[in-house]
Design a protein around this ligand. Structure first.
Ligand SMILES: Cc1cc2nc3c(=O)[nH]c(=O)nc-3n(C[C@H](O)[C@H](O)[C@H](O)COP(=O)(O)O)c2cc1C
Length: 649
């Protein structure tokens, strides 16, 4: 078979271990942790799905090596905790039995102990230990590790690596990046020691070297050690790429794979996990530069999800391995699809940060476009139905499409009706906003998957009661979505107003000075896009906060972009009327102000199409309502409900 992406699909030997391709599953942590800090069954199932999806290696995330000085976030691997070794063994087995190499990330959060705790108050009960004493931005005192403690931590890395090997892991990843303890030692920003662990670069690297030696001593030669580092810390005062190269050179003899990531969790979250506002592969240059200076294989990652781009990275020698985290949440089968030339079927990550926000908010996993994530134990296979039903899905947005695909996979005869001439629903509007283009692409991909699954698609077809009754269906899934809210504000129906959902069709109407009326998520993102297009943008919001409903990871990045793009923000402004000169608003004291702009973008929210729903609810034996037509919400909810409505038939 001729592989479309031969370099990406090519096996690689690292240490004495053969990996089936160049696509590795980057560490993603640790939500289903038992009270004893071992790996629960749900997490095991989560990692297993990555292996089933074809990743060459699956790294389970942060096993903390020295709970006595850490206690931050994830699993412990030790012999004292009942169930610790066995839980790791079952996880290694679950990964290995699908032909993937099981790896475990060994970590210590150092002065950032407590970062991952869902209940942030608990961090006050921990001691925060770092290379140097100081005070964290959140006011917590950091204590300096003594040389005796350093020696204990170094030994703990080796001890954990040995237990990991015993549990059946075939590789270990030592986490030396993202601002955690080893990174803190490497960094001139965090490390002010005057002993053999501080000062010169050779001294700052010593801790990492000792850790790697301790691990090597236990695992032996040929057992791959992957070292995760930040190629540059990417903040002022941190080390840069020139130093990153030197660090790599000083460590390469001790490692089998140098994994080059970027930045720090605490001081650059949106570059460590490149946000939708950054280009794909924005951190690849760091790995590419380091690769020029070392002889061990190098891995890269960060916002990668396009096989063509990843193929180019390997083919041109920028890296030997690509790693993905979010892309494999969105589509755990991505490597398998690449291997079988089915790249057009890949459901791409939207970089919406639902995954990381859920993790921080509720200690669970969820992905907007993959309804299985975090729910793997509930079943990952779509099982055929024992009786074929005739199913009508009303509405071709993401929820309707997901429902149609799932119902068709179950063997039902599925008709999907869409009242407009194009599928995708609300996602159609995203095609005009480059940083949200993947949301538009989601509709395109789901349409392809629906057609391939045998769904009959009827465009320009409104579903009425009579229509459903004539079709005589067994099941009706109502996914008719929502419509823009355009209140009866004087002037809002004028020619100078573009409803945000229609912007993609009326882009040319938009002048150089724009008022975006409504500072919810859609309004904020439209404002950023328009400012990026070089327009003067005013953003008007009645509430005192912008986009309060945006998730806790995306929102701070969104607000940063608003500032960076010099958008004029008017919160606490109530729009009274739209004129040719802009929007007249009242401030909190009731005083009127004109917010100037020749074009007004109306982004005042969405309203569920309840009337349509109410007309249809009695039209079939099984009726489900999903997504925005129930309550305007997120793509995440629409996709999840669509999937389950189809399973419930
Ligand atoms: C849900 C989630 C959890 C993560 N947890 C960890 C972790 O525990 N340890 C770690 O080193 N990196 C963690 N990461 C970071 C990823 O390994 C990766 O470096 C980052 O997401 C950038 O890669 P991506 O753009 O392919 O997602 C996590 C990422 C995500 C999305």
């Amino acid at each position: 078979m001729q592989r479309k992406y031969p370099n990406l699909c090519k096996p690689i030997k690292i240490g004495n271990v053969n990996f089936r391709n160049r696509m590795f599953s980057a560490p993603m942590g640790g939500t289903d942790i038992t009270v004893d800090c071992t790996i629960g069954r749900a997490s095991t199932a989560f990692y297993e799905l990555r292996a089933k999806g074809g990743a060459a290696a699956v790294t389970i995330s942060e096993c903390i090596v020295h709970p006595q000085t850490d206690g931050s976030h994830a699993y412990h691997l030790d012999l004292q905790t009942v169930g610790s070794l066995s839980s790791f063994t079952y996880t290694a087995d679950a990964i290995s039995r699908h032909g993937s190499i099981a790896s475990v990330e060994l970590s210590h959060s150092g002065q950032y102990a407590g970062t991952y705790l869902t209940d942030k108050d608990k961090k006050y009960g921990l001691a925060q230990w770092g290379p140097s004493a100081g005070v964290r931005p959140d006011g917590l005192e950091v204590k300096e590790l003594t040389e005796k403690m350093i020696a204990e931590i170094v030994a703990a890395y080796g001890n954990c690596a040995g237990l990991a090997k015993r549990a059946g892991f075939k590789m270990v990843m030592v986490h030396g990046g993202h601002g955690w303890l080893i990174n803190q030692f490497l960094s001139p920003y965090f490390n002010h020691r005057t002993d053999k662990y501080g000062g010169s670069l050779e001294n700052r690297v010593r801790f990492a070297q000792e850790v790697l030696d301790s691990v090597r001593k236990v695992v032996g030669h040929g057992f791959p050690i992957e070292f995760r580092m930040s190629g540059s810390e990417l903040f002022e005062g941190g080390y840069d790429l020139v130093v990153g190269v030197e660090i790599a050179k000083l460590l390469e003899s001790r490692v089998d794979l140098l994994h080059v990531s970027a930045g720090t969790y605490q001081r650059g979250f949106s570059t460590t996990h490149p946000s939708m506002f950054l280009p794909h592969g924005s951190n690849v240059y760091l790995a590419a530069e380091i690769k020029k200076h070392v002889s061990v294989p190098v891995a890269t990652l960060g916002g990668l999800n396009d096989p063509a781009m990843m193929e180019e990275i390997i083919a041109t020698g920028k890296a030997d391995v690509v790693e993905m985290a979010r892309a494999l949440l969105a589509d755990h089968d991505l490597p398998r699809k690449v291997m079988s030339n089915r790249d057009e079927d890949i459901v791409k990550c939207l970089r919406c940060f639902t995954c990381m926000a859920e993790r921080a908010a509720t200690s669970t996993r969820r992905c907007t476009v993959n309804p299985l994530i975090g729910r793997e134990l509930d079943g990952t296979e779509v099982v055929p139905s024992s009786r074929q039903c005739k199913v009508l899905v009303a509405g071709g947005g993401p929820g309707g499409l997901e429902a149609a695909i799932t119902a068709a996979k179950r063997g039902h005869k599925v008709i999907l009706c869409e009242q407009s001439d194009q599928l995708g629903g609300i996602l159609k509007g995203e095609q005009a906003i480059p940083f949200k283009y993947e949301m538009y692409e989601l509709g395109v991909t789901l349409e392809k998957l629906a057609r391939d699954a045998g769904v009959e698609i009827r465009l320009n077809t409104s579903v009425t009661k009579e229509y459903v009754e004539k079709e005589n269906v067994d099941a009706l899934i109502i996914a008719v979505g929502s419509e823009p809210l355009v209140p009866a504000i004087p002037g809002l129906a004028g020619d100078n107003v573009v409803v945000v959902n229609d912007y993609y069709m009326e882009k040319d109407k938009v002048g150089n000075e724009v008022v975006v009326f409504g500072g919810g998520l859609a309004g904020c993102e439209a404002a950023i896009h328009l400012a990026q297009e070089g327009k003067i943008v005013h953003l008007v919001e009645m509430r005192m906060e912008l986009a309060p409903d945006a998730n806790i990871r995306h929102r701070p990045i969104l607000l940063e972009e608003i500032e960076k793009n010099k958008i004029h923000v008017h919160t606490g402004y109530k729009g009274l009327r739209v004129t040719e000169e802009g929007v007249v608003c009242a401030d909190e004291a009731g005083e009127e102000h004109l917010v100037p702009g020749t074009t007004v973008i109306c982004a005042l929210g969405q309203r569920a199409r309840r009337k349509v729903v109410e007309d249809l609810v009695d039209c079939a034996p099984y009726v489900a309502q999903i997504g925005d037509c129930v309550f305007p919400s997120t793509i995440t909810i629409a996709v999840y409900q669509g999937y389950h409505a189809a399973l419930d038939i």
